[in-house]
Design a protein around this ligand. Sequence first.
Ligand SMILES: C[S@@+](CC[C@H](N)C(=O)[O-])C[C@H]1O[C@@H](n2cnc3c(N)ncnc32)[C@H](O)[C@@H]1O
Length: 419
Amino acid sequence: MDCESRLFKPLVPAPAGCECSNSDCKVRTASAWRKNPEGGWLCNACGIFFKTRGFHRPLSVIMMNRTAKRRDTELAKGNLTSKVRRKIRRKTKIKKKTSVEMPKSSPLELEEPQTYNDEPLPWEQKEYLKCGLYSIDLKLNDHEKSLKGKDKVKTSELFPLPIQYGQFLITDQRNFCLPWDIMTAHKQGLLQRGFKMIKTNIFVDRKRKQDDEPIVCNCKPCDEGEIGCAEECYNRVMFYECSPKHCPCGEQCSNQRFQKKESVKKVEVFKTKNRGFGLRTLVKIKEDQLILEYRGEVISKCTARKRMETKYLHRKSVYFLEYDKGEVVDGAVCGTLARFINHSCAPNCHIEKWRAPNGEHFIGVFASYDIKPGTELTYDYNFTTFGGAQEQKCFCGTPKCRGWIGVKHRSTSINAREN
Ligand SMILES: C[S@@+](CC[C@H](N)C(=O)[O-])C[C@H]1O[C@@H](n2cnc3c(N)ncnc32)[C@H](O)[C@@H]1O
């Protein structure tokens, strides 16, 4: 039976031409006719009502049903405007809330008088979930908990977990394990409070220089496969990096190591016995190879002194490196892994300062000779560290150890450099 034929089910007259024996209804046609216990005829609606409740369908319910039926018919025919539809919906909502009147006197004598109230009938009652979809706990009320034997609520009646793996995840117990990337960063000492890796220097007290007049080398454009700007490049000899825009060797220029970030990638931070963290190489490094750029905040010596007297006052480690006249790079808060390189009186690395095409500088850690994998990288701080730091005892452990690192030997080393 399709939907429409169900809605407009043909009405049939009452048997023997009588009417519905419910005095409030008295319809003469209905979709079906039912017998009451006394042998009279009830229309389909009154018959069902009487059978389920034990008393006759009261007038209020009859009127409500008729209005609803008329509305359904009109809706099905599409005769109602949306405004009227809304009005009907609002009215029926209000009506539904009102309780059904009890008949003052039942025409039938019932064996057990029944009371009728607003309580929904068993088939009208809603069933609620007893546990959440993701929960394995069955939530029972006191009555359900007290049930025993056959009546006991079965946990197998619960909804299955949304994903099969869910049960395993909830019940399985494993040791806690940090994700690989966090663990690596932790091992490298990068999770230290307040340290951040940066790709270029940060200029705190002034603006970064922009496009200073480029210094172009005298190299000639080379053939394909050849290396441009090698040993004899004027810029290379002067510790100037070539400008990618202006170098005659173009793409083949080999004098742009800082700009092309040609540093050693496989280095590792490790904990030393008595010098805090240190840095070691995991691969072989060739003599004169750029290992890492030393980056950080470029600050004036005045700012550096202030920081030493305030926020670094109780810090054991100092991360200052001379940048230019009157300026230092501070690698304490941000920088590269180069800030973990310790001092040695017999180092395997040294610091070189190269001029960038925009007029700024690149400070780099270079290999002084071939370095084997697994070796700790070190350079001599006295050559370039800023003198605001306090003298510290040296634990480099080499036969050439001078005993101290920091300001004490700074003047002598600068003199040595100038000579
Ligand atoms: C640029 S940091 C080097 C990394 C530092 N070890 C760390 O744990 O972060 C410089 C500091 O390391 C320590 N240090 C470096 N070389 C040292 C050495 N040879 N002897 C003693 N302490 C050293 C000093 O405390 C120094 O101020």
